[in-house]
Design a binder for this molecule. Structure first.
Ligand code: ZN
Ligand code: ZN
Length: 331
């Protein structure tokens, strides 16, 4: 029987025997080759997980169930959500807001840190043969989730000409990178955090660093994205918005209290949420990744072999890393 690494709590990783099913109708069996760690894995590392963790995986199709079209050998990335493809949200393209979702890879279905993953074919996105697997994982939360948050802001504010990002963790840095690429070199992008390491990392990617205590000194902006989840950060971001400004909350966490009259009505502002990203965003993001591989590749600061998964998590959770990617050799 194959073995898989399980997060068993208190920061420990144990390799245990684990059986994987054959891919059923409409399913693919994937050999993950790289999986990026994410802030949303933090609780699994601390408390343990009954399924194999990992939801930002890239790998190769090694077997295909009946009724599939993607050939064995195809390289690609795996979408987090087992969306249904039929509900009103899915039909509108909002697969990230599926009304009949069957599960989430790495949270309640075996994920990308394991030797195998069974996924619905519609969750797999082929990437071609040119991109290294660790770089390809940038298509998931870094570009996908961050790009979708930026698109939410642009949906309200198409003339967006200045941006504030609160939180310079991986999602915040992803928003910075996608905004720098999408909005151009001249648009001011302020990014705040409490960590000096993260601020200098963000500065190296083209952001204007702001210490979290000094956000009130930032000039007014057209849009803000909160990637911190903190109430104080959301509040300070909202306070920096100009008239018609929009705050997009992409980091889960604490509350935001609104004085509706002054915060929203008289200023014409909007506050939006943004969860993951539509599957249909992949093709455009793949082109952006191909054109900007060197720049976006700088977001991956560390890679570890899967045998060093615990060390990979410790490095990621140290707060002094960009994305940390766990890799698996082909065998
Ligand atoms: Zn993630
Ligand atoms: Zn659906």
């Amino acid at each position: 029987m194959t073995t898989a690494p399980f997060l068993v709590g208190e920061g420990r990783v144990e390799r245990r025997p684990h059986a994987y099913p054959e891919p059923g109708a409409g399913q693919l069996l994937i050999r993950p080759r790289a999986n990026a760690l994410c802030g949303s894995d933090r609780g699994l590392f601390r408390d343990g997980s009954p399924v194999v963790a990992g939801h930002e995986a890239a790998g190769t199709v090694i077997a295909a169930g009946p009724g599939t079209a993607i050939p064995v050998g195809t390289r690609g990335v795996i979408y987090l959500m087992a969306y249904c493809g039929r509900c009103r949200s899915c039909r509108a393209g909002a697969t990230n807001l599926c009304l009949d979702k069957a599960g989430d890879m790495g949270f309640n279905r075996d994920g990308g840190l394991g030797p195998l993953e069974v996924v619905e074919e519609r969750m797999f996105f082929p990437i071609g043969d040119d991109l290294p697997f660790p770089l390809a994982t940038m298509l998931l939360d870094v570009m996908g989730t961050s790009g979708a948050a930026l698109n939410r802001a642009l949906s309200v504010r198409p003339d967006l000409d200045s941006l504030l990002i609160t939180g310079a963790g991986p999602v915040g840095v992803g928003v910075l990178a996608t905004a720098r690429l999408g909005l151009g070199a001249d648009v001011p992008i302020y990014i705040s955090d409490v960590s000096e390491w993260r601020l200098s990392f963000a500065e190296s990617l083209g952001g204007t660093p702001v210490h979290a205590g000094s956000v009130a000194d930032v000039p007014q902006v057209d849009a803000a994205v909160d990637a911190s989840g903190r109430a104080t950060a959301r509040r300070s971001a909202l306070d920096r918005l100009s008239k018609r400004g929009v705050l997009v909350c992409v980091g889960h966490g604490e509350h935001l209290r609104l004085d509706v009259s002054s915060d929203l009505i008289s200023s014409g502002r909007a506050v939006l949420g943004s969860e993951y990203f539509p599957y249909a965003d992949f093709p455009a993001n793949l082109e952006i990744l191909r054109r900007n591989a060197d720049y976006l590749g700088r977001i991956v600061t560390h890679t570890f072999d899967v045998s060093e998964t615990a060390l990979a998590f410790e490095t990621f959770l140290s707060g002094e890393s960009g994305k940390v990617v766990v890799t698996q050799e082909d065998d």
